[in-house]
Design a binder for this molecule. Structure first.
Ligand code: AMP
Ligand code: GLY
Length: 424
């Protein structure tokens, strides 16, 4: 089979890497891909948002399945576009991807179907939003309604911070159209956990849980990023809580989407806070997480192509999904300055020496190949994952690998996984 993966981050590198292990996959293409993906797939210089260019390429090459990584083409309807042309594609239709595309839609949905989440209100007018924030006081969470690459959320511990965020989103239009509306939420306390699931209508097959680290600096300091590192399993969170989250959140939301006439087919990602009252939803995404995918897929035993095909064909129910008992831990190496402005084009050294260890996976995010050099080309540059018998060992091995990789201004957190390990 020929498969096209759309996207260019570490998540897509992990998807391509896993698909490349399937005996049924003859050739992988990636549009547009990056410097690491180039080792496993033929890169196709077509943007993820150029639906007609992509569809034409798929027809010309006789590609059997297209897999969509990022959210923007999904919320813009790439799946509908392909299906109208009888092209097989893995991902939710536009009407279902709205679960990520509009926080206001999803908050309404959760209210209607009694799915536990933070109290909230949404506003189209700055003055009203400001009055609400002042009435509620800090701590409080301010979110741009639309997509903002994981950076549209401010968890404000003071009123001043909350007001600044509102000003940035609604008055300065720092996130453009995504900030025409804001969602203001109660601040939830507890530990975060991500549960991703393969979903085909009402059938939900959860993946192993993982924990992301959003803030840029050690000890969860500094601004939020797309994610600075992750690990799986999450031993400090009981299996019973994971079961509860599946029973009270993932299964009901899949059913709710069917009832709303928006059946979800693809990857549903639940970002959860484990509070004293049980797990509550922070957000849903309509795609694989980045960097969650870089620890979840290395633990997947089952052929990923089989799962994708079964989901697309509405037969997910018949697939048994198996996981490896090993732990995986991923450290993101970012460009200095990220998530603010940063420089690109720095040479990355030390990658070759890591290729011989099959339990170290260096997933490329913002890189590009130039001659025989690999250069930085984005904020998050690499996701260095280690797979090992337990988390301590995975953490040690991942950091050992990170220390061998060098580029100017490289920044990474040194405490990925420490909370899980200390809690033992
Ligand atoms: P989101 O983009 O909605 O996932 O939010 C990004 C991050 O902000 C989350 O991963 C949490 O760390 C934090 N966050 C979002 N909403 C809340 C909330 N209601 N209470 C506490 N933290 C939150
Ligand atoms: N790591 C968070 C996300 O993919 O949205």
């Amino acid at each position: 089979m020929k498969v096209l993966v759309i996207g260019q981050g570490g998540r897509e590198h992990a998807i391509v890497w896993k698909l490349s292990q399937s005996p049924k996959v003859d050739k992988i293409y990636c549009a547009p891909g990056n410097g690491g993906i180039a080792e496993l797939a033929q890169l196709v210089p077509i943007s993820a948002m150029d639906f007609s260019g992509l569809a034409q390429f798929v027809k010309d090459e006789g590609i059997d399945l297209t897999v969509v990584g990022p959210e923007d083409p999904l919320t813009d309807g790439i799946v509908d576009f392909f299906e109208e042309r009888q092209l097989q594609i893995f991902g939710p239709a536009k009407s279902a991807a709205i679960i990520e595309g509009s926080k206001a839609f999803t908050k309404e949905l959760m209210k209607k179907y009694n799915i536990p989440t933070a109290e909230y209100a949404s506003f189209d007018h700055y003055e009203e939003a400001l009055a609400y924030v002042r009435e509620k006081g800090a701590p409080i969470v301010v979110k741009a309604d639309g997509l903002a690459a994981g950076k549209g959320v401010t968890v404000a511990s003071t009123l001043e911070e909350a007001e600044k965020a509102l000003q940035y989103i609604m008055v300065d239009q720092g996130f453009g159209e995504a900030g025409a509306r804001v969602v203001i939420e109660e601040c939830l306390a507890g530990q975060e956990m991500s549960i991703l699931a393969f979903v085909d209508g009402e059938t939900v097959k959860p993946m192993v849980p993982s924990q992301d680290h959003k803030p840029v600096f050690d000890g969860d300091k500094g601004p939020n990023t797309g994610g600075m590192g992750t690990y799986s399993p999450v031993p400090q969170i009981d299996d019973a809580i994971v079961e509860k989250a599946i029973a009270e959140i993932l299964n009901p939301v899949a059913r709710a989407m069917v009832q709303e006439g928006r059946p979800f087919r693809g990857i549903l990602y639940a970002g959860l806070m484990v509070t004293d009252q049980g797990p509550k939803v922070i957000e849903f995404n309509a795609r694989f997480g980045d960097p969650e995918t870089q620890v979840v897929l290395p633990r997947l035993e089952t052929d990923l192509l089989d799962i994708f095909l079964a989901t697309v064909q509405g037969e997910l129910e018949n697939v048994e999904i198996k996981w490896k008992p090993e732990a995986a831990l991923c450290v993101i190496m970012a460009s200095g300055g990220y998530p603010g402005s940063y420089e690109k084009g720095k040479e990355i050294r030390g990658l070759k020496q890591l290729e011989s260890d099959e339990n170290i996976m260096v997933f490329h995010a913002g890189t590009k190949q130039e001659g025989d050099k690999v250069l930085t080309s984005g904020g998050r540059v690499l996701g260095v994952t280690a797979l090992a018998p337990d988390l301590e060992e995975a953490q040690r091995k991942a950091y050992e690998a990170v220390e061998k990789i060098k580029f100017d201004g490289a920044h990474y957190r040194t405490d990925i996984g420490s909370r899980a390990i200390q809690s033992r």
